[in-house]
Design a protein around this ligand. Structure first.
Ligand SMILES: *Cc1c(COP(=O)(O)O)cnc(C)c1O
Length: 467
């Protein structure tokens, strides 16, 4: 459906050009390769096609909003990490997006998998991921989670506190098993996008501090435990990182800790896990590194620091989440209303409301994440208009995309597609305003599969057992 909306006379006047990082695209219909699954294109009708499936056809059958995952693209990104880091263990961080099918893809491509809760363990195992290839994280694992992991034979338990060492030992003693464990440390490095800070101490809930001496004490404590097979050190410095400087500091500080541990115990730690956080492109302003670039930088730093501390090169691991599932997924919404709102200085802002919002993507509201989007059902030659894409929830902050140029003829019934929606969208979705959560669909070779069905009002009613 194409129609001229009420804002037909509003064009992208220079006074309303958006933030500095936002470029006016040369072609509003183009799909920027860095943002989209490999091979994404438009068909003769102008609809976006992922892996042979037109998004218009997919949502005609499954409705909107919907998350659509390109299976080949997901697998290719998993393989890029596996092959880009030869000899490393690559753990896919399940919290970014996990279903049984996703766990199966990860297992089939030879990656390991990180989980944090009973639910994530159960889904991963149900998808056929062998327990030995799971890593269990979390700063407050329950006794039930610890015992379940030990009984199933989860490959690595990442210890996060002194209390947990005791809990783990008690469970091991009770079950007659030994836990293979890493100790999660905080290096004082905190990284987000292009910025990182390296401090001596830190103020956050995860891990045991190197600078405070807690990390070394925990390592020595685990080393002396008959119940724990201490494998090494774990560090995760943050997410959506585009530079390797923060990792460089973390590598130096963790290897210095391994050196101190050897001095204290006479033993070298065989493993080092450097966590995840590799950035992806959500907008044209983002410039992610390739896995080859990341691997080369890491290898050089590790070699240099191991030589400096006189350490053997440990068995290394990384834990990419977003970088595997994020760009493989697209969220599709239908436009419901378009409204022109007067702001200051005689300027106007065009609000485009869609049939989802902060319940299916909390990231913009939670931490000011930026996204972009395009018209998905057709091409348009209308003038670009600076828009704000908002959801249908009862919050002024229910903003999906703060600033994006869309064709000026966008209107009710149009579809928009948001790239980069594979990670931390469905996995963080809620039922705010009693909105059922959208389905997760996968496409491959023109065929669509349902990984998670759409929630229904019946699902919501079934949970509501009060009178
Ligand atoms: C979240 C997390 C990851 C993955 O982060 P991404 O930004 O998705 O790559 C890896 N390791 C740990 C411990 C995490 O908490």
């Amino acid at each position: 459906m194409t129609q001229t909306h009420i804002a037909g006379s509003i064009h992208a006047d220079a006074s309303n050009a958006g933030p500095q990082w936002l470029e006016l695209p040369e072609d509003l219909n183009a799909l920027e390769p860095a943002l989209w699954p490999e091979g994404a294109h438009r068909n003769a009708q102008g609809a976006i096609v992922l892996s042979g499936a037109a998004l218009t056809d997919v949502v005609a059958q499954h409705g909107t909003p919907a998350y659509i995952l390109d299976e080949d693209d997901f697998r290719a990104r998993a393989v890029a990490f596996r092959d880009g880091f030869p000899g490393w263990n690559v753990y896919y961080a399940g919290k970014a997006l996990l279903t049984r099918t996703v766990a199966r893809w990860v297992a089939e491509e030879g990656l390991n998998l990180d989980v944090t809760t009973m639910g994530e363990m159960r889904i991963a195992l149900a998808g056929g991921m062998p327990a030995a290839r799971l890593g269990l994280h979390g700063n407050n694992k329950s006794d039930a989670e610890i015992r379940f992991a030990l009984q199933e034979g989860v490959g690595r338990i990442i210890i996060d506190s002194f209390y947990e060492i005791e809990r783990l030992e008690a469970a091991c003693a009770d079950l007659g098993v030994r836990a293979q464990a890493l100790v999660r440390v905080t290096t004082g490095v905190e990284a987000h996008t292009h910025e990182y800070i390296a401090t001596a101490h830190e103020d956050q809930k995860f891990g045991l501090s190197i600078s405070g001496g807690h990390a070394l004490a925990a390592l020595v404590r685990c080393h002396s435990s008959v119940h724990i097979d201490l494998r090494g050190i774990h560090s995760h410095i943050g997410s959506q990182i585009f530079e390797t400087h923060g990792f460089e500091v973390a590598i130096r500080r963790t290897l210095r800790l391994a050196h101190q541990f050897r001095t204290a115990t006479g033993t070298e730690l065989p493993e080092l896990d450097l966590g995840g956080g590799f950035g992806i492109a959500y907008t044209s302003a983002d410039t992610p590194m390739t896995t080859t670039q990341i691997a080369a930088a890491f290898e050089e730093m590790i070699e240099h620091e191991c030589r400096g501390f006189g350490l053997q090169r440990p068995q290394l691991s990384i834990e990419p989440g977003r970088a595997i599932c994020g760009p493989a997924g697209v969220a599709v919404y239908e436009v419901g209303t378009v409204k022109v709102v007067d702001i200051d200085g005689g300027r106007a802002r065009v609000y485009v409301s869609v049939d989802g919002g902060m319940s299916d993507n909390i990231r913009p509201a939670l931490y000011a994440a930026e996204y972009s989007c395009v018209l998905a059902n057709r091409v348009s030659t209308a003038e670009p208009v600076l828009c704000r894409v908002v959801g249908k929830h009862c919050e002024g902050g229910d903003i999906l995309i703060r600033f994006v140029f869309l064709p000026g003829d966008i209107g009710p019934g149009d579809l928009i597609a948001v790239p980069g929606s594979g990670a931390y969208a469905r996995s963080m979705a809620s039922n705010y305003n009693q909105v059922p959560r959208p389905p997760l669909l996968s496409v491959r070779g023109g065929a669509t599969s349902v990984l998670l069905r759409r929630e229904t009002l019946d699902d919501l009613m079934r949970l509501d057992v009060g009178e």
